[in-house]
Ligand binder design. Structure first.
Ligand code: ZN
Length: 101
């Protein structure tokens, strides 16, 4: 049998006097530092959505699917969608005005 022991410390001052303090919405254990009062997640879970899923949702938006139409099948709110679209958009060079003539 192989076992490992993990010692958690407060990320702020490194205190070891910790107390369980509920769970996050996604089920990760929260802790309270009894020395400084800071609360934190012991082992944060990774990102909720993978890159492949994000690309799929942004592709649906680029195919002119409405933001609220995307929410129904994918379960992604329109604010998150706009952040993902913003990450993908290439910044255009500066506009220099209309051509003369
Ligand atoms: Zn602390």
């Amino acid at each position: 049998m192989l076992s490992t022991t993990v010692v958690h410390r407060c990320p702020l001052y490194g205190g070891e006097r910790l107390q369980k303090n509920g769970h996050t919405q996604r089920g990760a254990q929260r802790a309270l530092c009894l020395e400084c009062g800071r609360t934190f997640t012991l082992s944060p879970k990774g990102p909720r959505y993978g890159q492949k899923f994000k690309a799929q949702v942004v592709a649906a938006y680029q195919d002119r699917m409405s933001t609220r139409g995307i929410r129904r099948p994918f379960g992604v709110c329109h604010q998150a969608l706009m952040v993902w679209v913003g990450e993908k958009v290439v910044i255009l060079p500066g506009y220099s005005g209309f051509p003369k003539g």
